[in-house]
Design a protein around this ligand. Sequence first.
Ligand code: ZN
Length: 315
Amino acid sequence: MTPCFEKRIWGGRRLATEFGFDIPDGSIGECWAVSAYPGHESEVLNGSGKGLRLSEFWEREPGFFGALPDSYVKAGYPFITKIIDARDDLSIQVHPDDAYAAAHENGARGKTECWYILDCPAGATLVLGHNAATRAQFADMVREHRWNELLRRVPVRKGDFIQLEPGTIHAITAGVMLLETQQSSDVTYRLYDYDRLEDGKPRQLHLSQSIDVVTVPEKDGDSMVKHMADTPVNVATEMVTCRFYSTYRLPVQGTAVLGSSELFRIATVTGGSGTLTADGTVYSLERGASFLLPAGGADCTLRGSLELILGRPVL
Ligand code: ZN
């Protein structure tokens, strides 16, 4: 799949220097590695859908993706896979669930997302959740700008995994690179932006929506972070299964076999390099490469020294 790149005031250049992507000039914060989101779409590089946009491939080749309910197919390709390079702190934000987004955002999807930390500075923390006991207290603390008291910071390190349900306040912090798997949605409510300016103006905040959708009280911060860096090699270890997707970490040393699956899978090479052999064709895999594996089909073989993050739909 071909990626798209997004300029962000908080973005950097590591998608070029560390992932080898040919990115536009400026502060590039996001690589949308696999996406069918309108205006930010991947194209199929090779195989049966070569040259198609992912949304076209989704419509024209349903067999590739497996036996999916009609309503699921009609809603469009369901995920966005991103690689994020935060040179600076991102805004403090929260996403709605499907029901709230459908009602308030013209039928958009909500956003459940998850992060696999590719790199971060020693001692890094992420903003994950908050300390308010009630929605009223949350609203008071927001209005009174008591950010240090309100926002909860949780330590993270490379190889950590975090599942973010809608309603969980979160922010990526400076120096973090991560792989994100999320619902195909762009609905973000910004709670606080450190009073920064973009082109001389503060970016829009969405305080009332944030107060509407925030989870209160939030669950314990440490339980949100799962360390995945030491999972066994040549085995896909599950990181999470939620109502939308499952994600896995698969470190490969030498040879690993990926068995077939009833539904399509998404994969991104997050480190190292190697090859994928499928149906007699050998594809080279470099860091940053993303691909879709078809439903059904024969086993495929991964060779080399690499790390993959895999995702598959949950129906
Ligand atoms: Zn988010």
